[in-house]
Design a protein around this ligand. Structure first.
Ligand SMILES: [Ca+2]
Length: 373
């Protein structure tokens, strides 16, 4: 997962959470709320009066004690805590990158066209490399499809979008990233919980050198947050161990498991292209739901109707088609490959991975291209 500049990107396979403002910062002891100012005064006073402060701790050192206590209270082994927390350092580069990449959620409903984004994000290189891996991994992918019911082309497309097929998985020390992001405070509770989840992965036998990730705290081939790794990782190659850092097949099974967990339905496509009739009554198909999570993204979608109902409105499924009793929403996509798409619940499972229509539609169309549909 990552924040994508200029587009509304809220959740990774993982940041399936409310907006940053909703994050709870109240659980932080007040001594940690504004630590910089307090420490600066202490240091300044010490310098002025020539006093040495043998016990003076930096604000981050105090924060580390708090993190250790939090991990301990959640049952992380003391040996794990002691092997990580004393040596932790703030990573200012992570904080800079986080500042630079803050999303602008209001943008998702503004750009009138998908064309530019799709052109930049579904390149012939991404398609060709995806097709090649799709066929070389076909044996395992088809077993994964049997087991989870998830379209393996979508799994491959997510893998391509997230890491360029495993070539960019992030080299930051995950624990340092998460501690830095938590300390910075914008989404403190989220990142503290991810920090503790990472320690739990170590308790489960994952070595620290494997725990690398993006500056935003996503890790491994699927670019999951650590809590998602902990909850959903799967063994895809049958060696009995779920390794999302070293095994592509384990990553594919884990992505499939994520999508199934997010509501993927076996046997139907993510959506199909449609033409938009000249006299479509848009007011009549407007959604009456007001989602709390990424509302700008869902605002582009109509209400849910069955495919049979869509037909009566002149919206006829193209491509692979959809069963008449299947529910779908309509998203108009001027400038994309088709003027609109009927979207099934499977599109929403992709959105759960990363809540942006640009992300989800480009994954979906890349999947079509990979499997030559
Ligand atoms: Ca495995």
């Amino acid at each position: 997962m990552r924040w994508t500049v200029g587009w509304s990107v809220a959740s990774a396979a993982a940041l399936a959470l409310g907006p940053a403002e909703a994050e709870d910062s109240q659980s932080i002891p007040s001594a940690l709320q504004a630590p910089e100012a307090r420490a600066t005064v202490q240091i300044a006073q010490a310098q002025t009066y020539g006093i040495t402060y043998p016990q003076a701790q930096s604000p981050f050192e105090r924060y580390k004690s708090y993190l250790a206590a939090k991990a301990r209270s959640q049952g992380v082994r003391e040996a794990t805590i002691q092997s990580v927390i004393p040596g932790l350092q703030l990573n200012s580069r992570v904080m800079q990158l986080d500042h630079a990449q803050r999303p602008t959620p209001s943008n998702d409903d503004r750009p009138p066209s998908f064309a530019g984004y799709l052109e930049r994000h579904i390149t012939s290189s991404l398609i060709n490399r995806g097709q090649s891996r799709y066929s070389s991994h076909w044996g395992n992918l088809s077993r994964i499809e049997q087991r989870y019911g998830v379209d393996p082309a979508v799994i491959m497309a997510i893998y391509g979008k997230e890491t360029s097929y495993g070539s960019i998985t992030g080299n930051f020390d995950l624990l340092e990233v998460l501690a830095s992001l938590a300390y910075e405070g914008r989404r403190r509770t989220l990142f503290e919980n991810e920090f503790v989840a990472t320690l739990k992965l170590m308790d489960a036998g994952v070595r620290r050198y494997q725990l690398k990730g993006s500056y935003a705290g996503a890790t491994g081939y699927p670019q999951f947050l650590p809590s998602v790794v902990l909850r959903l990782r799967q063994d895809g190659n049958g060696d009995g161990y779920a390794d999302v850092w070293g095994s592509e097949d384990d990553a594919f099974a884990s992505i499939a498991n994520y999508l199934r967990d997010a509501g993927w339905k076996r046997g139907i496509p993510w959506g199909v292209p449609v033409n938009i009739p000249a006299r479509l009554n848009r007011a009549a198909i407007q959604s009456r739901v007001h989602p709390t999570r990424c509302p700008a993204v869902f605002k582009r979608h109509s209400r849910w109707l069955t495919v049979a109902e869509w037909r009566t409105l002149g919206i006829v499924p193209g491509g692979r088609g959809l069963p008449d009793n299947e529910l779908a929403t309509l998203m108009e996509t001027p400038g994309a490959y088709a003027p609109g798409y009927l979207l099934t619940r499977n599109y929403y499972a992709i959105l759960d991975y990363n809540c942006s229509n640009y992300y989800a539609l480009s994954v979906a169309l890349l999947a079509n291209a990979i499997s030559a549909r």
